[in-house]
Design a protein around this ligand. Structure first.
Ligand code: AMP
Length: 283
């Protein structure tokens, strides 16, 4: 495994593998088993001949909350070990001043899918994601990239970006990796108090109950109200949103035969957790 810290180092490392399958997994570091699963999937996709690139970059441009950025965990040494164990070939670990020119003046805004769910709550977040992912795509020029469904809206927006900008990269969505208690793995979980960590699997239980109710025909308003009530009952939790939307366009469900998405965000103290579940009617 080789590590690049600058764009030139990255170009040099990738020069010999141009023309082969190159699979990129972008991350913000503090890697956990969810990231490791994506990296192993990338290895399998690339095969022995191909190249797996992981980026570890805490992208300041996508943070709408300075406190969240300042407290975001960073474990670069352990991240390198994880990448090595998962069969990564090249790790790209730039600093913000390497990634961005101080007078950068181009923005990249998706204007439909980004207006709802987390986009409505975190102004500028998805523009920052699109910008950094576009830069990573240009630097790495992968054939494929893997993103987790944990960030379902992010994946939908990036699919739209690839489609609308004719970016010649195949995107792959990976299923959410959870702890044994059902909590979706997240770099932010380590910031939870013991009480909140113990209560957080309640999110998954609420989503599973909602999926069952929706499958059995419950109406959208009552499904959301039940999830809202279940999460609000956890001491110290402030619900940011509970929304049941069309899984593809992320807007209101207009055709209940299509796949739907129930997405939630909730503050456990200072820590904002997100989770989601795909839903369909059984009838
Ligand atoms: P992050 O470091 O949080 O930006 O995540 C990097 C990538 O890993 C994104 O595509 C995430 O969706 C994905 N990811 C993070 N946590 C999980 C998880 N628990 N299961 C599946 N994918 C995940």
């Amino acid at each position: 495994m080789q590590t690049a810290c600058t764009k030139d180092e990255l170009r040099t490392l990738l020069a010999p593998v141009r023309g082969k399958r190159i699979v990129l997994v972008p991350t913000m570091g503090a890697l956990h088993e969810g990231h490791a699963t994506l990296l192993r999937q990338a290895r399998a996709l690339a095969g022995a001949e191909g190249c797996v690139v992981a980026s570890v970059f805490l992208n300041p441009v996508q943070f709408d909350n300075a406190g969240d950025l300042a407290t975001y965990p960073q474990t670069p040494e352990a991240d390198l070990q994880t990448c090595l164990a998962c069969g990564v070939d090249v790790v790209f670990m730039p600093t913000p001043d390497i990634m961005y020119c101080p007078d950068r003046s181009i923005t990249l805004e998706e204007t439909h899918l980004s207006t709802v769910l987390c986009g409505a709550k975190r102004p500028g977040h998805f523009a920052g994601v699109c910008l950094v992912v576009n830069k990573l795509f240009n630097l790495v020029q992968p054939t494929d990239a893997i993103f987790g469904k944990k960030d379902y809206q992010q994946l939908a927006i990036l699919r739209r970006m690839v489609r609308d900008l004719d970016i010649p990269i195949t995107l792959h969505g990976a299923e959410i990796v959870r702890g044994e208690d059902g909590l979706a793995l997240s770099s932010r979980n380590v910031r939870l108090t013991p009480e909140h960590r113990a209560a957080a699997p309640g999110i998954r239980r609420a989503l599973l109950a909602a999926a069952e109710a929706y499958g059995a025909g419950a109406d959208i308003v009552s499904v959301c109200a039940d999830v809202q009530a279940a999460l609000s009952a956890i001491p110290g939790v402030v619900v940011d949103y509970v929304e049941l939307v069309d899984a593809e366009n992320l807007h209101a469900v207009t055709d209940e035969r299509r796949l739907a998405l129930l997405a939630v965000a909730a503050f456990f103290g200072e820590v904002r957790l997100i989770d989601n579940i795909e839903l369909s009617r059984n009838v």
